[in-house]
Design a protein around this ligand. Structure first.
Ligand code: DCT
Ligand code: MG
Length: 329
């Protein structure tokens, strides 16, 4: 997967290979027995014939022949994976740094031209690697909810992402905020602005990775705002955590909840299913009568038909409602 990850181009075959490897790795991780042969590997869901063959090679020879053939450079791959694990560093940057002779995070720290996000990513690197227990995600969710309620008791704040899918621990905290019957950008930006100011004043938000921006044209139409930053609960020995907060139009809330609850593979499947039925699913809602040309490229945006609640989207797609914990694809 690392090999394909470093050589992938969006939309290319490599891109899909990375996804298929990831699905297989997840399935293998969930096993409670050792795989002892190619035949055993082939019985695992999401492990296809070719991958089973490679697993067989690993078992028999301790290596994969194809990688020898590709002159796969393990040091390069490991180093690039390390660099990509820093917030704000993508595949291209990681490859360029390796080419320039960088090998460790301290080499990277010494660079003069890091972006603001890369500096934050390095500063909080050790903390951000740690998984967040559910109980702490819950506490963090309550801090944001309290700030929202202080502004107006009607405002709803929900923790989504892996937490909502019931995972025992999470990589970050994904929060969605909305207010009943409020759709327009001016009011939503005001809500975001107040909540952020409050959380910064409390010392809860300690660094910002991406702040929402304002344009006058947002004022009278439904508009989504996204904040990304670093937070920390009050008290000694608390760990810095990555938090994303979305403030979204009430009419889009269901579509946002589906999107931000994920998982990413489930989102892909639902979008593909919509597309196969002549529709289009995004974080704004479900759109009908979408015309598509060659290679599925859409010709028009379609007509918005559902999005207020998750259930109305599932109903319109004519699929059984999936509880969040069932959205582990
Ligand atoms: N998402 C998506 N496609 C992506 C990335 C994210 O559809 N490429 C959606 C699904 C989950 C949601 O956004 C939040 O993203 P993450 O926080 O990255 O994922 P998570 O499922 O919450 O997992 P983690 O525990 O690692 O945060
Ligand atoms: Mg998450």
């Amino acid at each position: 997967m690392d090999h394909y990850e470093t050589s992938k181009v969006k939309g290319s075959n490599e891109h899909f290979k990375v996804i298929n490897y990831r699905k297989a790795i997840t399935a293998i991780r969930a096993l409670d027995y050792e795989i002892k042969s190619e035949e055993m590997a082939l019985k695992i869901p999401r492990v296809g014939k070719k991958l089973a063959q490679k697993i067989g090679e690993c078992i028999s020879f301790g290596r994969i022949k194809k990688l020898d053939h590709l002159n796969w450079d393990q040091e390069k791959s490991k180093t690039e994976t390390l660099f990509r694990s820093v917030y704000g560093v993508g595949s291209e940057m990681a490859t360029a740094w390796y080419k320039d002779g960088l090998r460790t995070l301290d080499d990277v720290r010494a660079l003069p031209n890091l972006t603001k996000n890369q500096i934050s990513g390095l500063r909080f690197y050790d903390d951000l690697l740690l998984r967040i227990p559910r109980s702490e995600v819950e506490q963090i969710g309550k801090v944001v909810e309290a700030a929202a309620h202080k502004l107006h008791p009607e405002i709803q704040s929900q923790v989504t992402g892996s937490y909502r899918r019931g995972k025992p621990d999470c990589g970050d905290i994904d929060i969605v905020v909305a207010r009943p019957n409020i759709d327009n950008g001016d009011e939503l930006f005001m809500i975001m602005d107040h909540i952020l100011k409050d959380l910064i004043n409390q010392g809860f938000l300690v660094d910002h990775l991406s702040l929402p921006t304002w344009e006058d044209s947002y004022a009278t139409r439904p508009k989504h705002f996204k904040y990304m930053g670093i937070c920390k609960l009050p008290g000694e020995n608390q760990i810095h955590r990555h938090i994303d907060i979305l403030v979204v139009p009430w009419m889009h809330l269901g579509a946002v909840l589906i999107y931000f609850t994920g998982n990413d593979i489930c989102n892909r499947s639902m979008r593909l299913l919509a597309s196969n039925r002549g529709m289009r699913l995004s974080d704004k809602g479900l759109f009908d009568n979408v015309m598509r040309g060659k290679i599925r490229k859409k010709v028009n945006e379609g007509r918005w038909v559902a999005g207020r609640t998750e259930r109305e989207i599932f109903d319109y797609l004519k699929i059984k409602y999936l509880e969040p914990y069932e959205r582990e694809c």
